[in-house]
Design a protein around this ligand. Structure first.
Ligand code: SAM
Length: 275
């Protein structure tokens, strides 16, 4: 079994007439060591089913297959989705690969109940893709994703930091997230103009049901939509007035003068329970 290096990527792209697009966040990994680092940090086990979002030309897919996983790959680009099986057949014959040509933002069914998500995510949609997968695919227990550094730090942020925001709280609904490493820009073709990090997550049990989740996320969006404002003001539309917002906040044991950026997920959940 072989992984893809710079010359294989160049050759494949030429043969498929692929010019990477910014719109689809197409920066392909050209370095086998980086692929192995991602697969190792994800703890991929032989025989398990891993879902990969955006396999592209197959760099990471081959690394996952090399580790003995079955891979379900979701790719929006028709040419890349169509070409992946033959690339895998050439580099890793007989591997267990299922390619789904679909938008990862709207996919609702995945075969094989994947237990892990491992992906070099398209940067412009990485947070919505992650939240969509956590919401819809409960079989996913853990994973490692490569994202833009700023986004990765946001996902793993805790209250009190400037970057703590709605993605941090929403991600915490599903699991715990941490930065698992940094990745050089030079491992991509084309070289992106942002830095990348690896983020790992472990799912934990959710604090409540779907109704509570929706209510919590609505409060989170409102609180961070006006993050400099006190919560009694930021949430006044949701509760009808700032007096009603103050009452609800006090009912949840929160001072109405606090700001969203100071609250942990449990505070938002407590508030959602009194709505
Ligand atoms: N995994 C490959 C690698 O590491 O070389 C490619 C990663 S590239 C950063 C992102 C990939 O996601 C591209 O192949 C792109 O076509 C695909 N993509 C972009 N938006 C997508 C979406 N909404 N659903 C599924 N795939 C998407």
């Amino acid at each position: 079994m072989r992984l893809l290096g710079p010359s294989e990527i160049r050759e494949l792209a030429e043969r498929l007439d692929v010019a990477p697009t910014k719109k689809l966040g197409q920066n392909f990994v050209i370095d086998a060591n980086t692929v192995r680092k991602i697969v190792k940090s994800a703890g991929v086990q032989p025989g398990e089913t891993v879902v990969e979002v955006g396999p592209g030309l197959g760099s990471l897919t081959l690394g996952l297959l090399e580790a003995g996983a079955s891979v379900v790959a979701v790719e929006i680009d028709a040419r890349l989705a169509a070409a992946l099986p033959s690339t895998v057949e050439a580099f890793a014959p007989g591997s267990a690969l299922t390619v789904i040509h679909q938008d990862a933002l709207i996919i609702e069914v995945l075969p094989g109940d994947p237990t892990r998500l491992v992906a070099n995510l398209p940067y412009n949609v990485s947070v919505p893709v992650l939240l969509h997968f956590m919401e819809h695919f409960a079989s996913i227990r853990s994973g490692v994703v490569m994202v833009q550094a700023e986004v990765g730090h946001r996902l793993a942020a805790t209250p009190g930091s400037k970057i703590y925001g709605s993605p941090s709280v929403k991600a915490a609904w599903y699991g715990s997230w941490r930065i698992a490493g940094t990745v050089s820009r030079q491992v991509f073709w084309p070289v992106p103009n942002v830095d990348s990090v690896l983020v790992s997550f472990e799912r934990h049990s959710e604090p409540g049901d779907e109704v509570l989740r929706r209510r919590t996320f609505e409060l989170v969006d409102a609180a961070f939509g006006q993050r400099r404002k006190m919560l009694r003001q930021a949430l006044s539309d949701i509760f009808g007035s700032s007096a009603a917002a103050s009452q609800a906040l006090e009912g949840a044991g929160l001072a109405p003068t606090r700001r969203g950026e100071e609250l942990v997920l449990d505070d938002f959940v407590a508030l959602a329970r009194v709505v």
